[in-house]
Ligand binder design. Sequence first.
Ligand SMILES: NC(=O)c1ccc[n+]([C@@H]2O[C@H](COP(=O)([O-])OP(=O)(O)OC[C@H]3O[C@@H](n4cnc5c(N)ncnc54)[C@H](OP(=O)(O)O)[C@@H]3O)[C@@H](O)[C@H]2O)c1
Length: 260
Amino acid sequence: MITGSTDGIGKLAATKLAQSGLQIILHGRNPEKLSTVLEEIKSTTGNQNITGYVADFSNLDDVKSMVAKIKEGNASIDVLVNNAGIFKTENTIAENGIDIRMVVNYLAPVVLTNGLLPLLQKGNSPRIINLSSAAQATVSATSFAKNSKLSHNDAYAQSKLAILLWSFYLAKQQPNIVTIALNPGSLLNTKMVKEAYGKFWSSADKGADIIIDLATNSAYDDSSGKYFDNDNGGFGRAHVDAYDTRVIEYLMSLTTEIIS
Ligand SMILES: NC(=O)c1ccc[n+]([C@@H]2O[C@H](COP(=O)([O-])OP(=O)(O)OC[C@H]3O[C@@H](n4cnc5c(N)ncnc54)[C@H](OP(=O)(O)O)[C@@H]3O)[C@@H](O)[C@H]2O)c1
């Protein structure tokens, strides 16, 4: 399953994986766009074993409803790629009053993954790939406050460190699931980057190909709890906070409070 697979590197990774004949679960926030992409991937790859689910990740109740539907239609999941993400946007506040980057890029993947854990636990060599970024900034509790006024860059970088810290935590909590945090490469040629910067440095294939490699290559069987930095083409050191257990524990208690 790849979230945010209606555009960018998520769509490209889904298309390439579908070419290998694998069963793919797509996700999008817009039902029409999801349906168009689903038909496009089926017709271009000839793979009919593709389904799609809708949820707007800025609404955590929507995420929970999608989890229930996925559970009705699937007995197990081998790989979950938490890829959906948002950077610059006009509406910066989500349904629950929290900054939309903190919700879509961090809280929604936590809620989704927690809900899908029973399916992943039944999966074949299960893996979770969490999309972080080279942009990583210390997560402040006030960033989860209602109507917080964060800049686009700060909100994005905090959300991307938050998903990385949670990734390291999850790897310890779920020793039978390989969990890897990924910076897919900076300024890849996607909608998000073009809207934010009007330019790109690398192709979207660079990001899609590393998602596929981390999701499917047995070379990573022992790489749980690590951070893959595709700007350097290998596992690397993340933000200093990722190695401070007190910071991670604090984020996890804050997160539990918010999502419950
Ligand atoms: N591109 C880069 O250089 C780069 C670098 C580092 C990290 N990343 C990360 O890689 C991931 C993919 O980025 P991308 O560049 O491929 O971006 P993209 O082209 O903008 O695609 C983002 C995907 O997320 C979906 N999405 C956005 N808001 C959503 C919401 N509220 N609910 C549900 N889905 C939502 C989008 O849906 P729509 O199709 O409806 O818009 C789309 O499918 C993100 O997590 C991003 O932070 C990208």
